[in-house]
Each structure stands twice: as C-alpha cells, then as structure tokens.
Design a protein around this ligand. Structure first.
Ligand code: NAP
Length: 247
C-alpha cells in the first residue's frame, strides 16, 4: 500500500484544515505532489509546515474563477498535468426555511456548488486517462436535518454531478465519485461541541458505530476512490458515517 501515489499530482481544495488537511497529509506521505488551497494566508502557511513533504499552497477561493485559474496555471507550469482532484472546499451554515436570506443562499451555493463545478471543469484540460475526481458530499444530502436545507441541497447537487460527469467523462477514462462524511471530529466541530451541551451525546447516540469519525478515516476513503483500487467504481457515493445514513 505504501507510495500508491508516487509522482501523482493531487489537488485538494480547502486543504488547510479538517478533512482536507488530513487528506493532504495522507497523499503527501504516499509520495504525491500535493497542491492545497484555502482563503486564509496564515492558515495556509501553517498547513504547509504541518503537511511537509514538498506540499505546495496556492491561496485562493473556489468561488472566484480567477483564483482557480492561478492554481491550475501554476500546476501546468510545474508538472503539466493533474492526476487527482479532491474538490473538498465547502462551508456549512444553517437557516430555517422562512428565514433563508440571499447572502446565506448565495454564499453556500457559490462555494459548495459553483466552486465545485469550476474546480473540476478548470482541471479537465490537465487531466488524462486514469485520472480520478473525488467530490466532497455529505450525509446531509440524503437527510432532513433541521435548518440545513440550503447546505443539504448543495450536497445533493454534488451527488448528482458525480452521476452526470461520470457519463460526460467516460470517453476520457476519468472517474468521478463522491465521498460523503457523516459527523467528523474536525477542529471546527470540536469547538461547536464544546459550546453546545448534549450535542456530542446526541450525535453518538444517532450513529450506529457510537462515535464520530476522525478526519484520517475520511482521508482513507478519498484515497481509495482516488487510487487504482477503485478502478471499476464510478458515479458512486461512499458514505463514511459509521452507518448513519444506511442503517
Ligand atoms: N466535518 C464534517 O463533519 C463534515 C461532514 C460532512 C461533509 N463535510 C464536508 O467535507 C468538506 C470539508 O469539511 P471540513 O469539516 O473538513 O471543513 P473545515 O474544517 O471547515 O475546513 C474547510 C477547509 O476549506 C477551506 N475553505 C472554505 N471555504 C473555502 C473557499 N471558498 N475556497 C477555498 N477554500 C475554502 C478552509 O480554509 P479557509 O477558510 O481559509 O478558506 C479549510 O481549509 C466540506 O465540503 C464539508 O461540507 C464535512
């Protein structure tokens, strides 16, 4: 299993924290040339030190097409190709229906949906046969959690993209799949749980495995979908949620 990604060029949007950071570490440890993005410059610098292994950071917002152009221009100059895209950058915000404001709707759709579309579309000229695209979905896309309708709809859109893009890209030998985490112990979620009494117990009770996921467990699923081990898997959604959606 070691060095599965030796010399592969891997792009991870939102690679400075949480799932993206853990995934960047895992790819870099297996020999990949990893490119990460994120909006906050200081966080990006910290992540580069944390990941090591020659990782490259390109500051940028996935909802700004010119930032994505800069990212891919740099990769074109450095390597001339992309082998794996993990379109991970995403934001979660809540609002009850009846109280959905324009800026909430636009921000969540711009980052989660438009950002994913252009992250993938702008990578395509650099991708060749055997390439793999992994999209970050969410169990929320298949559920009806209170006040999460806009976020959940963005993740349902992501799940749909993997179906159509599998068809659109089949002639090029590029696979597209979704990894859908359930509740993952990212730094952001840890902070939320510390200030919301009872939330962790509710989550643990709702998840069949009785615990939340660690970020490296999501990374392992992303790497499976990115690697040749999943060579006949396409248009799929891999839930990494301790059985939450399925059971
Ligand atoms: N954590 C969970 O329990 C969970 C569950 C289901 C699905 N997911 C999905 O998994 C993905 C990662 O979630 P996470 O919890 O790991 O997030 P996180 O800990 O909040 O980290 C998000 C990362 O994305 C970056 N980012 C946010 N908006 C961006 C933008 N517009 N352009 C570029 N980078 C951006 C952040 O850096 P900057 O803020 O500096 O840009 C950060 O590096 C998301 O798509 C999320 O919806 C997470």
């Amino acid at each position: 299993m070691a060095e599965r990604f030796n010399d592969k060029v891997v792009v991870i949007t939102g690679g400075t924290d949480g799932i993206g950071l853990a995934t960047a570490k895992a790819f870099a440890a297996e020999g990949a040339h990893v490119y990460i993005t994120g909006r906050n410059e200081a966080r990006l610098k910290d992540a580069l030190v944390d990941i090591g292994n020659g990782v490259v950071g390109v500051r940028g917002d996935v909802s700004a097409p010119s930032d994505l152009d800069r990212l891919y221009a740099q990769i074109r100059g450095d390597h001339g190709r992309v082998d794996v895209v993990f379109a991970n950058a995403g934001v979660s915000e809540s609002a009850p229906v009846g109280g959905i404001e324009d800026d909430h709707f636009d921000r969540v759709f711009d980052i989660n949906v438009r950002g994913t579309v252009y992250t993938v579309q702008k990578a395509l000229p650099l991708m060749s046969a055997g390439g793999s695209i992994v999209l970050a979905g969410s169990g929320a896309g298949s559920k009806g959690f209170p006040n999460l309708s806009v976020y959940s709809a963005t993740k349902a859109a992501i799940r749909s993209f993997a179906r159509t893009w599998t068809t659109d890209l089949k002639s090029r030998g590029i696979r597209v799949n979704v990894v859908s985490p359930g509740m993952v112990l990212t730094p952001a979620l840890k902070t939320y749980l510390q200030s919301n009494d009872g939330a962790e117990e509710w989550m643990k009770g709702a998840i069949p495995f009785g615990r939340l996921a660690e970020t490296h467990e999501v990374a392992k699923a992303v790497m499976f979908l990115a690697s040749d081990e999943s060579s006949f898997v396409g248009g799929a959604e891999l839930m990494v949620d301790g059985g939450f959606v399925a059971v």
